[in-house]
Design a protein around this ligand. Sequence first.
Ligand code: ZN
Length: 279
Amino acid sequence: MRAGQILKQSIKSKKGLFVRTLLPMRVLILSDIHANLEALDAVLAAAPAHDAVWNLGDVVGYGANPNEAIDRVRELGHVFVRGNHDKACSGVDSMDGFNPIAGRAARWTRVVLSAEHTDWLRHMPAGPIMPDGPDVSCVHGSLLDEDEYVLTVRDAWAPLTKARTRINFFGHTHLQGGFATNGEEWFRITPQYHSRGPVEFELPLRNNGRYLINPGSVGQPRDGDWRAAFALYETEGSGDDALRRIIFYRVPYDVKHAQQRIVAAGLPDRLASRLKEGR
Ligand code: ZN
């Protein structure tokens, strides 16, 4: 039996204070929902019990349900950083860097968003933010530039070397996993899954390590796996004795329905077809 299973069993069989002592904090990490309501609902149905939700941006853009996606995430918590699509779809930024398909989707989103949701998107904070003390940061792109893509170990070097925080959550690439260093060696983190259903992959964090962790994209994964991606961050204790770990998840969702809604909305067909390809 894996440690994760033992932990979950203790949560089920114990109540109240004991659970809080055993697990001081469990945070659901979401990123790049991209107005995909079917994927978001599947993630929320599958997510283990948690104390908080941290959202790494791009709630909207590409998908057919931006208003509904915003309503859902606003109910979940208040820790958000903005993504490039959140900015473009609310007029905070232009669509200059967008390809024609992304631009069409952003223009469509601007039209259908309610005034209240547009205003909410406009006031999302720029990352990085530190939602939990001196150890942890959240940003959409890179710690050094919220719009930059961190795709390779080379890309990860500067932000991880310069960051004040050891554990850093990011999104933007739609690739689940991330990067780690112990100061000498550098690693790429790639969750390995061996089944087609709901799956999880556990990553214990070392206390001398520095991490860039991407929970993957809820609504438009691009790592060849179409299943919705998310992560859970667990901490227990503090200082050098702290136990910290990430659990990455993939869950199947009603991708056909999400595709139908994209086509029915008049959004580009490619935005529907890519969902099932995970590209
Ligand atoms: Zn995105």
